[in-house]
Design a protein around this ligand. Structure first.
Ligand code: PSU
Ligand code: MN
Length: 303
């Protein structure tokens, strides 16, 4: 497989050191410029601060890169010509020599090929509202069923059908645990309203769970480590509900479909909340980068 692993990342993987993958779709299609570049750089810095090597993943000129350099991060953050790539799009991008930002599905897939076991992001894709008619279920979920990477995230956004997403993960056999909570986080909100069967109490337990998943589940699925915002950091729930209603209505009116749905609603959310959602979004990603790094360090120490 023609995969380019950044030397620093390859070296860390060779010695069994801690590495954390980061995705690029949130940079190219999830956050506006210049916040996106700031978040990309800050996430890498926080992974390092946590004691691990960051590997932001994306596709440059058709080549999947595990560990983008500074210029490539900037390309992801500033270029209009960066496609949104899920796992199935990787061969198309390779054949056409395209630049592309990788979703959770594509990032986890490439991370697994490289041998990376931790991945930090903001929110997973999931089952969209109205999926009963549209069949719009993010490929992130199916990818996690076959990709042995632990994703540290803050749940899924409320633009999705949260209970249906949890049911779907259960059907697919993907373990989901809360980090010190048995409530599934609601991304901008600390609690989505859905309960979780399990939680882990610290980084060491999360690391043991990653090893046990690899050991006991023959399909080698991923793992979702759901890390909520502190309640004091969350978006005001009334503002959240207002922005959600307005975004969904406008999406319906304009007939937005498919891969455009998530970026459209994220953008509407930022506008409706006067940038407040952006502030919260940044905090989420940064918190998850730090936690993933600490779990990666614990994992490197136990395996
Ligand atoms: N959720 C967010 N921000 C994002 C995404 C999801 O809060 O930027 C991105 C992730 O890259 C995720 C993708 O993998 O959207 C899911 O898109 P889709 O629903 O088209 O599969
Ligand atoms: Mn979709």
């Amino acid at each position: 497989m023609s995969l380019a692993i950044r030397p620093e990342v390859a070296e860390a993987l060779e010695r069994g050191g801690p590495v954390v993958a980061l995705e690029s779709t949130l940079i190219s299609h999830g956050l506006p410029h210049p916040d996106n570049l700031e978040v990309a750089r800050e996430s890498e810095r926080l992974v390092r601060e946590g004691g691990a090597v960051p590997a932001t993943i994306g596709v440059v000129g058709g080549t999947p890169k595990v560990g983008l350099d500074g210029a490539e991060l900037k390309l992801m953050a500033t270029s209009d010509g960066v496609e949104k790539l899920s796992a199935r799009d990787l061969p198309v991008a390779a054949a056409k020599g395209l630049h592309g930002a990788t979703t959770v599905a594509a990032t986890a897939h490439l991370a697994a090929i490289a041998g990376i076991r931790l991945f930090a992001t903001g929110g997973l894709g999931g089952v969209h509202r109205g999926a009963r008619e549209s069949w719009d279920v993010s490929a992130d979920l199916a990818a996690l069923a076959r990709t042995p990477v632990a994703v540290v995230c803050s749940g899924v956004k409320s633009i999705l059908d949260v209970p249906a997403t949890l049911e779907y993960l259960e059907t697919l056999g993907v373990p989901v645990v809360g980090f010190r909570t048995r409530r599934f986080p609601g991304f901008y909100l600390a609690d989505s309203g859905s309960p979780l069967a399990w939680s882990v109490g610290d980084e060491g337990e999360a690391a043991r769970l990653i090893l046990a998943t690899a050991d006991l589940l023959p399909d080698h699925p991923g793992l979702v480590v759901a890390n909520p915002l502190a309640e004091g950091d969350q978006l005001d729930p009334a503002l959240h509900d207002r922005a959600l209603r307005a975004g969904l209505e406008e999406m319906e009116r304009r007939g937005v479909r498919g891969g455009d749905v998530t970026p459209f609603l994220l953008d509407r959310f930022a506008t409706e909340t006067g940038g407040e959602s952006l502030r919260v979004n940044k905090r989420i990603i940064q918190g998850n980068a730090g936690l993933a790094a600490r779990i990666a360090v614990a994992l490197a120490g136990t395996s």
